[in-house]
Design a protein around this ligand. Sequence first.
Ligand code: OXD
Ligand code: MN
Length: 585
Amino acid sequence: MTTSNTRLAAWVNEVAAKTKPDRIHWCTGSADEKKILIEEMQLAGSLIALNTETHPGCYLHRSDPSDVARTEHLTFVCSKNKDDAGPNNNWMEPSEGHKKIDALFAGCMRGRTMYVIPYCMGPINSPLSRCGVEITDSAYVVLNMRIMTRMGDKPLARIEKEDSFVKGLHSTGDLSPDRRFVMHFPEELSIKSIGSGYGGNALLGKKCHALRLGSWQAKSEGWLAEHMLIVGIENPAGKRHYVAAAFPSACGKTNLAMLIPPQAYREKGWKVFTVGDDIAWIHPGKDGRLYAINPEAGYFGVAPGTASDTNPTALNMLNKDAIFTNVAVTKDLQPWWEGLTKSAPEGLTDWQGRAWESGKGPAAHPNSRFTVSASQCGSYTPEAEASDGVPLSAIIFGGRRKELSPLVVESVSWAHGVFLGASVASETTAAATGAVGVVRRDPMAMQPFCGYNFGDYWTHWLSMGKKYNNLPKIFHVNWFRQDKAGRFMWPGFGDNMRVLEWVLARCEGKGEAVRTPIGFLPTNSAINTEGTGLTKETMRELLAIEAPAWKNEMSGIQEYFSKFGSHMPAELGNELKRISSELHG
Ligand code: OXD
Ligand code: MN
């Protein structure tokens, strides 16, 4: 197969001339293609079939041990002006970026197959969706893109019709971190990534296209590309609300997207529907509301901690046709990870293929993953295919913070909501290389993903408040508060429904709240804690505002904002001043 699109054909030829593959395969997305790729990978030892009785169609892939997470320090935005990338991105001048990375691509596919993957981010017929083509030498990438995007013949036909696509060039290279780069050229709508086979670095439709280039395009076209799950919640009266929520990587987006309400809520008729677990493309509608689509078609979720009590919906969708990366396996080849069962079964093989021994580190890598089609999710809703997206009632920002940040707070205005998003801070996780558990600023959970200057990004967010009059309400939540003994104070998971109930009540003009300097907080009895065993004292603590600690936080935010100099929108400075003065008052 080839293509009638001359730009695409020319680019594929140009890449082949540079990388020198032995053969070129245009991916169609067919079932036969999948079967052949799996067989080839099994022969090469890069895919291991799991237990066919308990996990039919499931496979394990083990990465190079130095290639198990996103590498933010090797990720660049190569815009013409450094200022456009902003202090939140690593920057390289575009011609220097091309030169550096092209030297690594020279001849890198010798002896390998070059796969050409046409893909579509978003429902195939939606005007809000965007297409791309990823060229890669990794069959693992092809199999994952097949699940995570609409891939093959249909996107190619759309590309040929529209003559518009993002160019993504990827090679695993020699997998050395010393020769690894992920570069974005936003003005050219192109991506080049070499030296890693890891999801966020290698499945270019996801973070590189849908977030970094997506956010750049969204700014110039008047929409938002966000690191957000999308969930539908139906109340007992049958009214369905959609909520988009941004949390940093590995902070429970998949769990919230697939939440199962507590039994008493289910009995009353509350229902939850999953639209997406990681990325939302949000467009203003004619009615002044914001509408979200999930550009992805599958989940690339964190395995550890996924269990029958934390996320039974996720666990149930992993019993067939899933790819597991860097998990452990049991004696009879079932996937296993920390948290799956109360204790580790005998005879585990760890994520590096070694016999596992207790006390010698985790059996599954802390950032081990599953890849599975969204349609296998028990709470999947066909609304995920709606071409205009789903209307948002609320936007929630959240971080992982042991202290300070209350369970939930509602913004007093759109500008204050943008401030709440811009001031998100969170403890780092294993989703990126580097230290874990360190508090860092992660505005809108987009620190690793915003493809341009955060100052301009916040200005763009603020502009929505000036243009549209039916916008969702904005909230901030923190599920991760700990007591002095280091125990989580809030039960989380399904019980987060209790907070969402208050959030949705507020969206309907109900729900009791008190105005504080940092926003509207639920009154002490506004959140239903029946059946949780939570004491009044714990709830009081979860909703308390400690003025000295908050003043300190405001100084930290001010210092952070000052990095963005003249790009910093005045409105956020005004919010900061207002809150600081109310805290002093
Ligand atoms: C992800 C991430 O893989 O955020 O979604 O790292
Ligand atoms: Mn993510």
